[in-house]
Design a protein around this ligand. Structure first.
Ligand code: NAP
Length: 323
């Protein structure tokens, strides 16, 4: 079976590539000339150069049975960049796929819990609830979903909305590991999150491609638990064996911090995780979801709970001298 992974050089994509290879797929990766290849050194991989934002460069996407569209922008210095990559580039891909890949068995789009938005009441949201993204990132991913759904009559599609993902190679939740390692943690109030360990997410992605029941469907994905922010912070601090000093920040100051972070990003010409768009999300405290549908329809059974997942992740960061 021939599979193509976009976003293969990234955190999630590189893990998916490894799992597909070990499961017997013939794997190709769509990568930009500027992409970092450090996780893609397996000689059994085929590299296809292309930029999803440049339609002309996508003509080599042909003859695939499975396409996993993970390429996306999770941080940007300017809101419009999210739409260029997460929405328009997704449209470029879905326009080309049915034409050049008539035998396609599944097109999987990796969306995000951000496309749905935070929970606004005490109920765990499921896929029947109406999305209400609160950031440009979330909105651009929801518009990406809509673009993919428009093509559901021309090819079998599945959409996943993972919660925050953590594990080896991740650079986003890693920021918390770095801060906590220094013993200081700014906080701005209570909240809850759904999380998923990378290996569980990869299993969900493959299930969504292989299961007939997933055709045309959207699924929330997490480890099935709801954690308080406090629990997550404590697990990281335990894994790193540090005593934490918490520094309380008034919520009102967060947009200022986002503004500063974004401007630093512009000066160094590199988007940082601290930007105004991310702060729009942090102003909401409940980033949670119900994964009953994925359990029922995909047979998705998350295996890794917070304690062990954080422990393994911390070990990996230590071994690779990230912290
Ligand atoms: N990490 C999470 O917690 C999380 C949660 C929910 C959903 N997601 C979604 O999962 C996907 C992967 O996220 P990640 O955490 O693995 O992010 P990541 O590590 O930043 O990887 C992003 C990937 O997208 C590629 N990419 C970006 N723009 C591209 C373009 N124009 N053309 C081709 N490739 C492009 C990047 O390639 P380069 O190496 O060339 O930059 C990289 O391979 C994203 O769509 C994201 O929205 C992530």
């Amino acid at each position: 079976m021939k599979a193509l992974v976009t976003g293969a050089s990234g955190f999630i994509g590189s893990h998916l590539v490894e799992k597909l290879l070990s499961s017997g797929y013939e794997v190709s990766c769509l990568v930009r000339k500027t992409s970092n290849f450090r996780w893609l050194e397996n000689p059994n991989l085929t590299i296809i150069h292309g930029d999803c934002a440049d339609k002309e460069s996508l003509n080599n996407i042909r003859g695939f049975d499975y396409i996993f569209h993970l390429a996306g922008l999770t941080k940007a210095n300017c809101g419009s960049e999210f739409y260029t990559v997460n929405t328009k580039a997704t449209e470029n891909i879905v326009e080309i796929v049915p034409k050049n890949n008539p035998q396609i068995r599944r097109f999987v789009y990796l969306s995000s819990l951000s496309a749905f938005g935070p929970s606004l009441n005490s109920k765990l949201p499921d896929e029947n609830h109406k999305p209400h993204p609160v950031s440009d990132y979330g909105n651009s991913k929801l518009m990406g979903e809509e673009v993919v759904l428009k093509y559901r009559d021309r090819m079998p599609i599945s959409i996943l909305r993972p919660s925050a993902v953590y594990g080896p190679r991740d650079k986003e939740i890693f920021l918390f590991f770095k801060l906590i390692k220094r013993g200081i943690l700014p906080y701005w109030g209570k909240g809850h999150v759904s999380l998923v360990y990378i290996d569980d997410l990869i299993n969900a992605i493959i299930l969504s491609a292989e299961k007939e029941e997933a055709v045309g469907e959207v699924f929330f994905i997490s480890d099935g638990m709801v954690y308080s922010n406090e629990e997550v912070i404590n697990e990281i601090a335990n894994a790193l064996e540090v005593k934490l000093m918490r520094v309380r920040l008034p919520k009102a100051i967060l947009p200022v911090i986002g503004f500063i972070g974004e401007n630093v990003g512009k000066v160094i010409n590199k988007a940082t995780m601290i930007n105004r768009d991310k702060i729009k999300e942090l102003m909401y405290s409940e980033w949670v979801c119900d994964i009953s549908k994925a359990k029922d329809k995909l047979g998705f059974m998350p295996k890794v709970k917070l304690k062990e997942g954080i422990k393994w992740t911390a070990e990996w960061y230590k071994i690779h001298r990230w912290i």
